[in-house]
Design a protein around this ligand. Structure first.
Ligand code: ADP
Ligand code: MG
Length: 315
């Protein structure tokens, strides 16, 4: 293997050996992959792009970049209660670098094996470093954004704010001890797609999504799709300990407005709340929906609270 493999060597040496999993009739190498469509349910598909300098530093560990790129896509499948099946990878590289590709492919294929998803194709081009992944899964009971109703309780599936608090460290703007740095990298590059929680709530939740842009911004999507408003009680938010360590008193604002944690936000009708609570999930009730005009109102200890940041906006 040379140090600067060409397009076809890149595909052959780093990606074509990806194991062919369930439903893969023909994997990487032909004009198209051939996939056996599951007999039950629906296909769920989603795509996310990560751009160097915007979603990760260009000099970040390639295996961590790969893990994050696949995990954020898997999170969309989880949020829809879809089982991972297949993914494709569009990779744009500034130059061909065998050492970089080796680490990237190993991080990618290790993550794929962990979550039972198979790489079945892609595209390899030269240009500014960017990674686009499209995932395909199967669901028999999709969790959508448009099913919430007035009176439903609003939940989050786990601690928030860690990834937003980690970002300045990832960007080199904040220095931390080595032990904290490890937690920072886990929080930022290895978000946990919430498959187990999604499966557990699938018969009870009226709506769900994964929190990629920030709780308040993403909850606003549920409110808009379901034509309801929300009252959120900030003192109930499960603030990640790492956010407290890194951001002190700004941790709450990060939990409310910061993105990249990939926990679920979901809603449960009152008549199903008891059943939900019995599941003993690591989920926290943070507020209630009301009829209304897609507003998310925040309260802290009974007083109105104005969010300093309403999540990430690309433009
Ligand atoms: P075509 O010219 O027909 O589009 P390519 O030369 O781009 O084919 O790709 C050849 C094969 O390798 C295809 O099966 C394609 O899906 C796969 N492939 C290309 N790039 C990647 C990649 N980065 N990861 C996985 N598979 C890839
Ligand atoms: Mg092509």
């Amino acid at each position: 293997m040379g140090t600067a493999p060409g397009e076809f060597e890149i595909i052959r040496d780093f990606f074509a050996s990806a194991p062919q999993g369930e439903g893969v009739t023909l994997g990487i190498g032909d004009d198209c992959a051939l996939l056996q469509v599951p007999a039950e349910g629906q296909l769920a598909t989603s795509m996310d792009t990560l751009v160097a300098g915007r979603h990760f530093p260009a000099d970040a560990d390639p295996s961590a970049i790969a893990a994050r790129a696949l995990r954020v896509n898997l999170s969309d499948l989880a949020a829809m209660n879809a089982r991972p099946l297949w993914f494709t990878l569009a990779l744009t590289l500034p130059h061909s670098d065998a050492a970089w590709l080796q680490k990237f492919a190993s991080g990618l294929l290790q993550t794929a094996a962990q979550f039972g998803i198979s790489l079945v194709g892609g595209d390899t081009t030269a240009g500014p470093l960017s990674i686009t992944i499209q995932v395909i899964g199967q669901t028999s009971r999709a969790l959508r954004r448009d099913g919430a109703g007035p009176g439903d309780s609003v939940y989050v599936s786990g601690p928030l704010g860690a990834a937003a608090a980690a970002l300045p460290v990832i960007l080199g703007e904040q220095k931390v001890l080595d032990a904290t740095r490890q937690q920072v990298e886990r929080a930022y590059y290895f978000p946990e797609p919430q498959f187990a929680t999604a499966a557990a709530i699938s018969e009870l939740a009226s709506s769900a999504l994964d929190i990629s842009d920030g709780l308040l911004a993403d909850l606003a999507h549920i409110c808009k799709s379901s034509q309801v408003s929300a009252d959120i009680h900030l003192e109930r938010l499960p603030v990640a300990p790492l956010a407290q360590t890194l951001a002190g008193e700004r941790a709450l604002a990060m939990a409310a407005g910061g993105g990249d944690d990939y926990q679920l936000c979901f809603t449960v009708p009152q008549e199903k709340v008891e059943a939900l609570e019995k599941l003993d999930l690591p989920a926290t009730a943070i507020g209630t929906l009301a009829s209304g005009d897609a507003q998310v109102c925040c309260w802290k200890n009974g007083k109105p609270w104005r969010a300093p940041s309403m999540g990430y906006r690309h433009f």
